[in-house]
Design a protein around this ligand. Structure first.
Ligand code: BV8
Ligand code: ZN
Length: 264
């Protein structure tokens, strides 16, 4: 009992320190990963329950997989789209949306493609009587699963929820449609990653939540804030390569920790 009390007192102290750092920060950059959507019911990539069937995402989320087995890749994305459609943003998404809506100098960046930050931005803006939710829309480094993109003419459209027969084709040029996400081995949109790196370099605080910090170049953003003299606050269930560099490292679930850390 004694040890538990000590642990929770320490966590309480860390939450207060994180809270104080955020309160006095001028520019805050937030980087989220799959862990912030875990409590909404969306499996993470590398977590225990996360992998799809026996295949690894790194094998399916690649242009090679799409070239060789487009139907299997589409089956995986349609399965994920149906799953995400049943999920809702959690208290962690909502707290981050409120932070970005309430004060200037906050930029959300996400590796996630599930669109839950955008949905939280809309509901929190409505609840706060703010007409435009844009300030809480994240930079989506890896794209958006619910959008399709034509492999030939790059036209983007709302994702097709099901395919009549065979693989979906572009209405403009007949090219094969793909989910509008960045696959392993593909470069990120230079405008988006450029904006993210600029914000990471100018932020005095980087709040990183729910990421194993393994996927680059996203994983290098927090180190850019550190190198530029900023500090790191990490929220994760486990240690990552960032943990030793964090001013405050909060171990626990993001849906319960983020609302406590962000009381701005
Ligand atoms: C590129 C879209 C140029 C698709 C995704 C430099 C060094 C090393 C490798 C590379 C490098 N540069 C390039 C690479 C190769 C590669 C890469 O990084 N590979 C990794 C695996 C080593 N990167 C690329 O290919 C990138 N392209 O750099 O282009 C280039 C090209 C070729 C060669 C060189 C350069 C493109 C990467 C984009 C891939 N697309 N998603 C789709 O989703 O279908 S990435 C995918 O992983 C998701 O977006 C996911 O968000 C992302 C990162 O994973 P995490 O979000 O961190 O999720 P994960 O499951 O790993 O961890 C969850 C964490 O949450 C855990 O720590 C867990 O403890 C925690 N957690 C769980 N529950 C909770 C929680 N925390 C709090 N509360 C909870 N409840
Ligand atoms: Zn097309």
């Amino acid at each position: 009992m004694e040890r538990l009390a000590r642990l929770s007192a320490r966590l309480e102290g860390d939450v207060e320190r994180a809270n104080a750092i955020l309160k006095q920060a001028k520019e805050i950059v937030v980087l989220t990963g799959a862990g912030v959507s875990a409590e909404s019911g969306i499996p993470t990539f590398r977590g225990s329950g996360g992998l799809w069937r026996t295949r690894r995402p790194e094998e399916l989320a690649t242009p090679e997989a799409f070239r060789e087995t487009p139907d299997l890749v589409w089956e995986w994305y349609q399965w994920r789209r149906r799953l995400i459609a049943e999920c809702s943003p959690n208290a962690g998404h909502q707290a981050l949306a409120r932070l970005a809506l309430k004060r200037d100098g906050v930029t959300l960046i996400t590796q996630n493609v599930d669109g839950l930050h955008n949905r939280a931005a809309r509901t929190e803006a409505r609840a706060m009587n703010i007409a435009d939710p844009q300030a809480a829309f994240p930079l989506e480094l890896h794209g958006a699963i619910n959008r399709d993109r034509c492999s030939l003419c790059d036209r983007r459209t709302d994702g097709v929820s099901h395919h009549e027969s065979g693989l979906p084709r572009c209405n403009d040029c007949g090219g094969p449609l793909r989910p509008d996400v960045v696959w392993f081995g593909e470069t990120l949109d230079p405008v988006i990653i450029g904006a993210a790196q600029e914000v990471a370099l100018s932020a005095d605080v980087c709040l990183v939540a729910g990421t194993s910090a393994l996927v680059h170049p996203a994983a290098s953003l927090p180190s850019m804030t550190l190198r530029a003299g900023g500090v790191l606050i990490e929220v994760n269930l486990e240690d990552t390569t960032l943990t030793n560099h964090a001013e405050v490292s909060l171990k626990g679930r993001s849906a319960s920790l983020l609302p406590r850390v962000i009381t701005a």
